[in-house]
Design a protein around this ligand. Structure first.
Ligand code: UT7
Length: 333
């Protein structure tokens, strides 16, 4: 019996380029407060959100993803044909099948790459980066395009006090490729399915049809327990990701947590005792919570504004519905 050949990958993987797409409609708090009996001041104080973007009908999941993906491919100095795997992290692609990834890969002009979607809610992008790094190192792909994209405005009830002011739309992307030196640290990831009910949908689509509802099965969130879980448990996960990458808080350059709530971001930074030298992503103020898109969008903005520089270390940590989480240290491209 002859032995099978195994694939051989690159010694290491790194992010080669990032991109983002921010929808054109800017929605200030003042446009939201009346329907939920809230105030601009309450939203700013409790969440740090000043405004968010909601997509127009033309700004579809596919359109936003293609824009972000194209920018990431260009930033990586590659042609679309060099992408051999496309991973799309989303919970708001409204077709059960085909996946968003195949449609996006085709519109990008790629050459028939592997293409599939993953469902890990707000942690989807970090899950995708972890998978991409392993694919590159394992030899199943050379250049992986990871996209985090959401149109949460399609799934958010504008009259729901617990979610209407938080969720938003956008797309972010990164190309992961081969490297001679480590550029993506070990992932720390996991789930807490016993808390699945904290962020979910009111019903599934079959129940909606069976009950003759005329409304969509909107997202629901029991925000306070999620807040406490994120602020306490995620600090341990973030520290674990630093430890596993062999980086101390003093050595870290950038902190790019999921943009869920400014108070969670501050609590994590405080618990981890991040020194003042660490640049902290605060994209939530103008983007709201864009779920899978939040980390790549925040990273893209930090790079664009010169806060994150090539070669810097950045700690990514994402958490959300499931509950699920994933964290890793990456080197900024
Ligand atoms: O992306 C996935 C992961 N998601 C998250 O990480 C989100 C985590 N959760 C949160 O960000 C926060 O829980 C929220 C921003 C959603 C809410 O903040 P909170 O500090 O947890 O507020 P709360 O639910 O404990 O409510 C505090 C008070 C209550 O009034 P009383 O009982 O103290 O009089 C609420 O009735 O605020 C009231 N309240 C509001 N007031 C104005 C709740 N929602 C609103 C609102 N506007 N929209």
């Amino acid at each position: 019996m002859s032995a099978l050949q195994a694939s051989v990958g690159a010694p290491h993987a790194r992010i080669l380029g990032v991109g983002g797409y921010r929808p054109s409609r800017v929605i200030p708090n003042s446009e939201i407060v009346d329907l939920i009996d809230s105030s601009d001041e309450w939203i700013r104080t409790r969440s740090g959100i000043v405004e968010r973007r909601w997509a127009t009908p033309e700004e579809t999941v596919q359109m936003m993803s293609v824009a972000a993906g194209r920018q990431a491919i260009e930033a990586a100095g590659l042609e679309p044909q060099q992408i051999d795997c496309v991973i799309v992290a989303t919970v708001s692609h409204m077709l059960q099948t085909p996946s968003a990834a195949t449609l996006i890969a085709d519109e990008l002009g790629t050459d028939h790459p592997a293409a599939f979607d993953i469902s890990a809610a707000c942690a989807g992008f970090c899950h995708g980066v972890a998978m991409a790094a392993d694919f590159v190192r394992g030899g199943s792909s050379r250049h992986v395009l990871v996209i985090g994209v959401e149109r949460l405005s399609d799934l958010t009830d504008v009259r729901d006090r617990g979610t209407a002011f938080i969720f938003a739309d956008g797309a972010g992307a990164a190309v992961v490729g081969p490297s001679q030196t480590p550029g993506i640290g070990p992932v720390v990831w996991g789930s807490a399915g016993e808390q699945a009910g904290l962020i979910t949908q009111k019903k599934d689509w079959l129940e909606v049809l069976a009950d003759g509802d005329t409304e969509r099965p909107w997202l629901t969130m029991d925000g306070n327990p999620v807040f406490r879980w994120a602020a306490f448990e995620m600090a341990k996960v973030a520290q674990d990701a630093l430890d596993r990458a062999g980086i101390t808080a003093e050595e870290l350059d950038c902190f790019v947590p999921h943009q869920a709530n400014m108070r969670i971001i501050d609590a994590l930074a405080r618990t981890m005792k991040l020194p003042a030298s660490v640049k902290i992503a605060r994209d939530i103020a103008t983007m709201g919570n864009t779920s899978a898109a939040s980390i790549p969008l925040a990273l893209e903005r930090m790079i664009e504004q010169g806060e994150a520089r090539s070669g810097d270390t950045a700690l990514l940590i994402a958490f959300g519905a499931g509950l699920v989480y994933a964290a890793q240290v990456v080197v900024v491209p």
